[in-house]
Design a protein around this ligand. Sequence first.
Ligand code: ADP
Length: 652
Amino acid sequence: MDDKEKAENVAPSGTGAQGERLEFTTEIRKLLDILIHSLYTHKEIFLRELISNASDALDKAHFRSLVEKNLRDPEIPLEIRLEVDKDNKVLTVSDTGIGMTRQELVENIGTIAHSGSLSFLQSVAQNQSKPSDFNLIGQFGVGFYSVFMVAKKVEILTLPADPNSGANLWCCEGGGDYTIVPSQKEKRGTEIRVYLKDEETAFLEINRLRDVVRHYSDFISYPIKLKGEQVNKLSALWSRASNEIKEEEYDEFYNYLAHTQEKPLSHIHLSFDAPLQFRGILFIPRTIPWDMRFELPEKWKGVHLYVKRVFIQADCEELMPNYLRFVRGIVESDDLPINISRETLQENQIIMKIRKSLVRKVLDHLETLSKDKADDYHQLWRNFGKFLKQGYRLDYENREKLAVLFRFNSSACKDEKELISLNDYVSRMLPGQTKIYYVSGEDRQAIETSPHLEIFRRKGIEVLYMSDPVDDFLCEDLRDYQGKQLAGIDQEDLALDDVKPRVQPEEQKEEKKPEQNVDVKDSDIESFLGFLKTTLHDRVSDVRISKRLTGSPCCLVSSKEAPGVGMQRFMKMMNEKYEMPKRVLEINRDNVLIQVLAKLYVAKPQAPALAHCCHQLLDNTLLLEGSPLDTRGMVPRLQEMMETLTQLLLKQ
Ligand code: ADP
């Protein structure tokens, strides 16, 4: 705490003996309004939130008592107490933790610090009628305010552990304002008095309270006492042997940690003795956690660090790389000093070693999951696959492990939901096939219109479909897998002659044969090719006869050195001035349109429609790929062609 803050705490400005009436921010007012009228079915989570805050306050007091001598009530037992007053319908949750100064009451309770709360509020308000969406309340962890789902009035009596600050009483009746009055409290800590609504008095029943505490807060590492009896088990789940822990216990621990009602997708129980000693439990969420969905990094519930049972830091970034930020859990080490600070954490060798083994453990676990529970793994991939792909760019050391985890849709999949691994692909490669082929595009449907796929279909060569925006980066980085080079199907010189197709009778039958064959000479095609080159010389680097096309009239191919087309599109999006490298236009000698155009060119080289057709052929190819193109020239050109065509038809 800095001096300015201390001074304010000694003499709270403008408070006076009568206290002060303060307004909530608009955001909090809206939040309160939603919570007070909430139809949420798990209102008991308010207790989880209050106990969790109490536990945090005890953690802070515990930690400070180890590094500072001067705290108030140094001998006081660290615990949480629940008390009921049936006559006045009051439930009290009290702790002997760090407490709050007047200023902290205003800052922590009177405002919402994080920016995404408004988007949350809006989404809840819009979806009030849909209970499933309304369950977001449980997931969002609205924290302290959830108490207003059951309370008509709440008081917070709090005395900070800092001996220079006095006690205060905060009170709110759910309206737009609250009061803070200087007060008296014998011992440090916080007492939350919940004046229950008439219909919520079940929370005064001891059995009900005991059940709720056991369900949501059994893992709290401080005693939770109800009528003098300790309700929680107190043993840290992660320090018990994994074979003695029931699945429900893991689930409940996850619910508590991640502030959610949902079961985790899976968990990893860690126990290392050498060379480092650390324990912990990591969870993989089943769906995208709310803090990630609403982009609230300040509310991130990542991996928490404990040292010798003392809580050190929530969401310890040093323990888990950014690309694994969906992993939630707790890690406890005995090898670190308790007074480790955020700054020193970054350079600490032990932390770095722990992080290394955590990453490896998580990646190995994901691989096992992908083998043993493919459906679960696919669900994980859909939610978090893009993070793992980002990891490939950042985590050089684990590239091999990451590549094994990648999943893609491919031409061999029956629909867009099916996913295959690179191992699946390699195991199915055809005799003579040396490369892993991919194509990028908006989605499966758009990709399948690509003329480049024709030769691959004909030969029965599988092609990976890359439709995630991060795939364009991934393809730049993922140069090869198991010694097989990755290659875009739009590259020039495909060299597929050596690939021996497996018998593909179905595919062969489906192949459309040209409806009619125009009697055209090779020399006509050659002359037309020359015309195309001159007409399009500003727009393409060359025009050639294609070996890959079997149906479409033409396609564009890139040089091997150029970045992938997806990457080029991205660069163009970022910088309008970026010049996409010119590509080679390949034309299909067997396509009727090409044949007719060639004949027309030889017969009437001056026909104005010819140049229009050349440009339109190219624009059609760009349109199909979803590449940017200048449409200004296209509309008048198409209009003119339509005019010519309709006049011709009229004359017939
Ligand atoms: P969160 O716990 O997610 O930060 P809350 O709305 O539950 O959000 O609490 C807001 C803040 O109020 C806490 O971060 C903490 O600083 C303070 N607070 C809440 N309850 C207590 C308590 N029992 N003791 C001390 N501080 C508390």
